[in-house]
Ligand binder design. Structure first.
Ligand SMILES: [Zn+2]
Length: 501
């Protein structure tokens, strides 16, 4: 059996409601998962919740709740929203689950066994950001505050607890990144991490002595595991570690995270794995932030956009499309309802939806719904073949906006082809051969578009797929976009894919 493509998203703190910033990451990862399935690769897709730490403990207390029932409620809410957005994860990891606690304990014991002098007792004094759950170093501060949480005061903290000798792993990680064994993408994030590594690393505290809400630190009665050390291990818990067979899923192929947490994923996590003598993940992809009027969408900064409102605007698939096509999965991008409405109208209602509707209507009207057997390639087929290749190149490089753009341009090519070839005039003139050629080319192009749309808009793509006389779902069928054959297939006009409000 082919080894599954194992990808993960970051796990979110259970301290509030899911927002658009979370949604960008989950949708992007889901598009990647669906793209691999479309190509016929088995996929394992892990998502979940980060339920320990001071921030969650405080949020529960502020709501007058015990942390257990509080995290149950939040976890349910997040997962329900991801289902609403058509996320196709195979597993939902909660760091309060016993299977995760077992993996954390086992990994810490393995580090202690393989790298005994890498866990040691020490004292640390510094400024702690509860928002990041991280001690901040001088160089990370902006005007004496955390760059990510300007309105959250830093807490001077002094602790005696267990440390991890992070500093010892600098050269190993630098080398793994430089030699491409451990890929950090996109390049702007890789360069940031390389510069942090070159300026040297400090050892980190990995336990908390006064926080009961966490996983007990093995061998230390009064300490719990530092929330980040705990959280990162969820990617390993998702494989079933330490039970037999876990290495069928490890190393992970891809961790999708936000650009604000690359130090944890590209420095601390690989150091932990090396200290345990385990293989590193193949790639970390760090996306940018969703901005709202130029500011990061964030609950703590009060710039949150209601996800329910965004989904209700035009539906889940159009929101997925907008996030990928307009906001993007690499740099920061702006969200606004004006731009969302404009894209919905141009790309979807007047674009893909209108093309699908009028071309199938012509097939029904002129050829009783059966795609003619004209197989000679037309100018549209040539353009479509080139854009299909462009789509593959983009998707394989995780350039999701590029993939969406290729789809959008194919819709424009097809629209232009309809106008230029005027099938209604050919029908009126009784030019059957020319009309067959045009309708057959449009049938093949619609098949390509249904496949290209499938990772981005799974529900709408499935409706189009069915209207084109195809059974089931498009998983494993990508090869048909490269050599589309529709001769003799009966099609119907689909339901209105993207109704205008
Ligand atoms: Zn912070």
């Amino acid at each position: 059996m082919t080894r599954p493509y194992y990808l993960t998203t970051a796990i979110d703190y259970a301290n509030g409601d899911p927002h658009l910033g979370h949604a960008l990451e989950k949708v992007g990862a889901d598009v990647i998962a669906r793209w691999h399935r479309l190509c016929g690769t088995p996929v394992r897709f892990l998502m979940g919740m980060d339920e320990h730490g001071q921030k969650v403990f405080q949020a529960a207390a502020a709501a007058g709740s015990e942390p257990g029932p509080w995290t149950d409620r939040i976890s349910e809410r997040f997962e329900q929203v991801w289902h609403q957005l058509h996320c196709s994860h195979d597993d939902w990891m909660r760091t309060t689950q016993p299977r995760h606690a077992r993996a954390v304990t086992a990994l810490l014991e393995r580090i202690r066994e393989r790298s005994p002098d890498h866990l040691f007792e020490g004292e640390y004094e510094g400024l702690y950001c509860v928002g990041c759950e991280e001690f901040k170093q001088e160089g990370q501060l902006v005007d004496g505050r955390c760059g990510e949480h300007a309105s959250t005061p830093l807490v001077p903290t002094r602790e005696r607890n267990t440390f991890f000798r992070l500093s010892a792993w600098r050269d190993t990680i630098l080398e793994a990144i430089e030699q491409g064994e451990f890929q950090v993408e996109p390049a702007i994030r890789r360069n940031e991490i390389l510069s942090v590594l070159r300026s040297g690393l400090q050892d980190i505290s990995i336990s908390r002595s006064r926080l009961p809400w966490g996983i007990p630190f093995p061998g230390r009665d009064d300490e719990t595991v530092y929330v980040w050390f705990d959280a990162l291990i969820n990617y390993l818990s998702g494989t079933g570690y330490p039970d037999a067979g876990w290495d069928a899923l490890w190393p992970a192929d891809l961790h999708v995270v936000g650009k604000g947490i690359t130090r944890f994923h590209c420095i601390i996590w690989p150091a932990m794995l090396r200290a345990a003598e385990l293989p590193l993940p193949r790639m970390v992809w760090a996306h940018g932030y969703v901005q709202w009027g130029g500011a990061k969408v964030s609950k703590s900064e009060g710039t949150s956009v209601s996800l329910d409102e965004a989904i209700a605007r035009h539906g889940a698939d159009p929101l997925r499309w907008f996030l990928m096509r307009e906001v993007g999965f690499e740099a920061d991008g702006d969200f606004s309802f004006e731009r969302f409405d404009a894209r919905y109208a141009s790309d979807l209602a007047d674009g893909l939806g209108n093309l699908a509707s009028r071309t199938t209507a012509m097939l029904v009207k002129y050829r009783a719904g059966v795609v003619p057997a004209a197989t000679a390639p037309t100018a549209l087929d040539d353009a479509a073949a080139a854009l299909t290749q462009e789509y593959v190149t983009a998707m394989s490089a995780l350039d999701l906006r590029g993939g969406a753009s290729a789809l959008e341009r194919l819709v424009s090519e097809a629209d232009g082809y309809v106008s230029a070839s005027a099938p209604w005039a050919l029908a009126k003139a009784g030019d059957d051969d020319a009309l067959d050629a045009v309708l057959a080319a449009l049938g093949r192009t619609l098949l390509r578009l249904a496949l290209m749309a499938a990772p981005f808009m799974p529900e709408k793509a499935r409706v189009l797929w069915g209207a084109l006389g195809q059974d089931g779902d498009p998983d494993g069928q990508w090869v048909r976009a490269e050599r589309p054959e529709m001769a003799g297939v009966a099609v119907v006009k689909p339901e209105n894919l993207f109704p205008k409000g």
